[in-house]
Design a protein around this ligand. Sequence first.
Ligand code: NAP
Ligand code: F7E
Length: 352
Amino acid sequence: MVKAKSALITGITGQDGSYLAEFLLTKNYTVHGLIRRSSSFNTERIDHLYQDPHAHDPRLILHYGDLNDPSSLRRILDQTQPDEIYNLGAQSHVRVSFDMPLYTCDTDGLGTVRLLEAVRDFESYTRRRIRFYQASSSEMYGKVVETPQKETTPFYPRSPYACAKVFSHWITVNYRESYGLHASNGILFNHESPRRGETFVTRKITRAVGRIHHGLQKKVFLGNLEAKRDWGFAGDYVQAMWLMLQQDEADDYVVATGKTYSVRQFLEEAFTAAGLNWQDHVEIDPRYFRPAEVDLLLGDPAKAREKLGWEPTVGFKELVRMMVEHDMELAAREKTLVDAGHQMPANCGHDQ
Ligand code: NAP
Ligand code: F7E
């Protein structure tokens, strides 16, 4: 009988980590997740994975650790002995990276080399091989030098986040070439879902649509509406991550839809889906502009299609509709609570 594989996911409590954990469980993996200690519960996106008929799924096991704490990484590798590692943990907000450049570079840049070093040592003393996935980003293309962007397009990062991701990308290539690690970079373009963090523009918009529709909010304050992004569905993109680690040779791949839309087009689509006119509800607030902007991202996923057999299944309109429907239901539940006298959290205005 073939032994079931095991995987370690950093960033398992995030959007992608939750979809990837779900996907790997359907593939019969044992999934280990690294989680940070938090003063409040932070496993909301993966809690449902415990709620199967067995009450607690022993194939999903969480371990306290941090990409900034090398000893925790080494200990978790020893304890879990994974076949595959998906390094998704990051301070992933571009705007916030301008406020916290050192922390972002430490976690998103040095965090990767801490993990790669732990893998290299683990491989040398156990003689076991680990396949490694690094969450690279289309943000690395920044002020783009060619369109569409592909694996060979030079990087021109425009934020501390993107600079840290460029470092992680190249250190992953370097460990592959220097030590023969099976280490791959997925250069993923923006991908969204109903589990997207609420401070990213798509979710900020669909949350606002739901809340405005139910009378819980009147306005949404946004920054640059002209930026264009190649937006796909996170559920599709985690499958590309897995496919990369199933290849005999490690390599780097662009994962994108090959279509681009502006924030303004996203707004139009989302508000129209709820029968609302966005011009009545959107105000521009300079606080949401960035010191340096990424104007246009458009990926060419030809290599992923040809070598991995990967295709996106959810298009732009379907993605917007999926998020709006989810957030309309969420706002309806909030409305019931408000009507019953509960106060909604204001999040202290931290909606970057
Ligand atoms: P996300 O929702 O922001 O999740 C980030 C995850 O990283 C969370 O689980 C977070 O834990 C964890 N984390 C943060 N700092 C950490 C640290 N010091 N040590 C360990 N874990 C830490 O991000 P996502 O959208 O799922 O993205 C996943 C990865 O792909 C990230 O590396 C991101 O930069 C990259 N990426 C994302 C996109 C996209 O469009 N979504 C595109 C390209 C690349 P807490 O829950 O405790 O905060
Ligand atoms: O911004 C504009 C903003 O924060 C998209 C991360 O997952 O994808 C993500 O980074 C665009 C930008 O995502 C608001 O200026 C306007 O041009 O949703 P975002 P991002 O910066 O593209 C990449 C691939 C990653 O790797 C990252 O981890 O929307 N925008 N008004 C706004 N953005 C935000 N957040 N909030 C606004 O009010």
